[in-house]
Design a protein around this ligand. Structure first.
Ligand code: SF4
Length: 304
C-alpha cells in the first residue's frame, strides 16, 4: 500500500472500531496528518476522554498511552508500538521515588506528566511544561521535589521563591542541544526569533527569546507578528507549525533533535493495531486512582 492507501485504510478501520486516533506533535508527518487530533500528551488524553469513541489509538510513547488509560479507564487504549518508551520517564521508578521521599519527609513531590503511572501515583501533584510554575507556586511548602526533569525544574526555579529539589533526569533529545548550536542557528537566521522548550538546558534557555511548551509554541507562533522562528524542541513539531502558518519560516535549532522513540510509529503499525486490537495499555486500578488524583490536583490549579 502507498501512503494514501494506508491513510484510507486507517480511517476505515477507525470508523469500524469506533476509535479516535491521537498523535503527539513529535510524530511522523504522515501519522500526524492521519490523526483526528494532534497535540501534547495531556491535552490529547483529556480531549479523547470527552469523545464518544470507545477506542483510543495513541501514537506517541508508552507513558502517554498510560495517561489516556488513567483519564479514560472505560476506553480501550492501543499503543501501536509498545517498544516506544521514553528515556526521561525511565530515569525514575516508584521504588526509587519512595526511597527519596523517605529522605525528605514532608516535602511535596511534583511530577512532570512525562512519567510512568506508578511514579505519578507516588506523587502529590503532576505538572506539564506549560503549568509547572503555577503548580509549584500553588503548593503550601517552602521546599518541593520536582521529578524527573532537572531542566524543567531549574526553569521553574527562576520564577518561584520556594526551594526546588531536583531529580537527576532529563530528556536527552532536549538536553543535547547546546548554546553554541543556538548561536549558530541565530547567526544563520538573524531575523528569526528563538523559541525554546523548558526541557532544554539553562544555558540554552538563557539564549531564547521565548520559552514555551509545545502547545504554547504553536499558539505563540500563530499569533506572533514575527515571520521567522528558530525552534528548539523535537523537530516533529515543525510539521504542525508549517501547516498552521504556511507563510512563516521555521528553522530547526539543531537537526539532531529527533526522538527515535517518537518516530517508531508508522501507518503500518496503526493499521496492525486496529486490525488486531492490540497492544492494549491498561493501568491497574489501584495505581490509576492514585495517579488520577495527582493529575486532577494539577488540573484544579488556576493558570497564571
Ligand atoms: S522527546 Fe524526550 S521526553 Fe519526549 S518521548 Fe522522546 S525522550 Fe521522552
Amino acid at each position: 500500500m502507498n501512503v494514501t492507501e494506508m491513510k484510507k485504510r486507517v480511517r476505515d478501520l477507525l470508523d469500524d472500531r469506533e476509535a479516535v486516533m491521537l498523535a503527539h506533535n513529535y510524530q511522523r508527518p504522515e501519522v500526524q496528518d492521519t490523526a483526528d487530533m494532534c497535540g501534547d500528551s495531556l491535552g490529547l488524553s483529556i480531549q479523547a476522554g470527552r469523545t464518544p469513541a470507545k477506542v483510543i489509538v495513541f501514537c506517541g510513547v508508552h507513558f502517554m498511552a498510560e495517561t489516556a488509560s488513567i483519564v479514560s479507564p472505560d476506553k480501550t487504549v492501543l499503543l501501536p508500538r509498545p517498544d516506544a518508551g521514553c528515556p526521561m520517564a525511565d530515569t525514575i521508578t516508584a521504588p526509587a521515588l519512595r526511597a527519596r521521599k523517605k529522605e525528605l519527609p514532608g516535602v511535596p513531590v511534583v511530577t512532570y506528566v512525562n512519567s510512568t503511572a506508578q511514579v505519578k501515583a507516588e506523587s502529590d501533584i503532576c505538572c506539564t511544561s506549560a503549568n509547572a510554575v503555577a503548580v509549584v507556586k500553588s503548593i503550601q511548602s517552602d521546599r518541593v521535589l520536582m521529578t524527573p526533569d532537572r531542566n524543567l525544574a531549574q526553569y521553574t526555579q527562576r520564577y518561584v521563591d520556594k526551594e526546588i529539589l531536583l531529580w537527576d533526569g532529563c530528556c536527552n533529545i532536549h538536553d543535547r542541544l547546546t548554546a553554541q548550536q543556538v548561536s549558530r542557528a541565530r547567526a544563520s537566521h538573524p531575523e528569526a526569533e528563538v523559541v525554546a522548550h523548558p526541557e532544554c538546558r539553562p544555558e540554552v534557555l538563557d539564549q531564547a527569546d521565548v520559552i514555551r511548551s509545545t502547545s504554547g509554541m504553536l499558539d505563540h507562533c500563530a499569533k506572533s507578528g514575527r515571520e521567522a522562528f528558530i525552534i528548539a524542541t523535537e523537530n516533529g513539531i515543525l510539521h504542525q507549525l508549517r501547516k498552521q502558518s504556511p507563510d512563516k519560516r521555521f528553522y530547526q535549532a539543531s537537526r539532531n533533535m529527533v526522538c527515535p522513540n517518537m518516530k517508531l510509529t508508522r501507518l503500518e503499525d496503526v493499521i496492525e493495531a486496529l486490525e488486531t486490537m492490540g497492544p492494549v495499555v491498561k493501568v491497574p486500578e489501584d495505581v490509576r486512582v492514585k495517579a488520577l488524583a495527582a493529575v486532577e490536583r494539577m488540573l484544579a490549579v488556576p493558570r497564571d
